[in-house]
Design a protein around this ligand. Sequence first.
Ligand code: PMP
Length: 287
Amino acid sequence: MARLAYVDGRYVAHNAASVHVEDRGFQFSDGVYEVISIVGRRLIDMEGHLDRLERSLKALDMPEPVSRPVLAMIMRELVTRNRVREGIIYLQVTRGVAPRDHKFPAGLKPTLVMTTKHVDFLNQKRLSDGVKVISIPDIRWGRCDIKAVALLPNCMGKTQAASAGAYEAWQVDTEGFVTEGTSSNAWILTRDNVLKTRGLGPDILRGVTRDSLMRIAAEEGVTVVEEAFTVEEARDAREAFVTSATSFLTPVVKIDDRVIGNGAPGSLSCRLQRWYIDYCTGVRGNG
Ligand code: PMP
């Protein structure tokens, strides 16, 4: 069966799926998106992702393309039609099609697009071996809490990381504090054994994986401090890791040229990762 995409009410062949050249997503990056992982055919944290989608749409004064139950129904239908057992579903909403003009035109019909991809996440070596990250200046805009499709700085950062043989780039604000990765949230276990991740605000995306991990950590009696940390503190940390829907909890074993801990994933990172994966696979319930 050919891979399908969903475009504005129709399931179409993935390689023929397209939107209009005057779609504002194409012209202005005037759109928002979500990426949800699929583990054992289950969409992980779908409600959290739909909550964030609603927040992003509201922040940009964009209407919902369809109601939430219909959105959930289309997502499930596409995953079923494409027989995705392990992978992701990508969902994008743009303001719609209109003659090119910077001002938001009133009354547009939003464009809704979804695609899926097969990825065998849980068997990736980086989950067990850990990864390297580099640090780069954060050159993004002032509303990183909105999951907008305008990802050029993130793409540049990720490309720079790949050129340096790293998995991710941690972006650093003008005061020397790490904001987040280009497509993940950043965490460290400090020298003094404090598990830290930056607090919510306009300078980071509120990761759905971050939310779930904080809940799981609390259930397990692990304290998380939502506080910014400097890149120096990170290089000096006992442990470090990133979280996102597609990297789950990926340990960090090197930051720039500094080896973290003994160069292997730290023990708290491994425990948190196990709990999070158990949550995704349903071993822990409500994944
Ligand atoms: N920060 C950024 C900039 C991201 O792109 C992502 C991935 N969507 C995240 C954090 C992590 O978010 P989530 O856990 O919802 O995937």
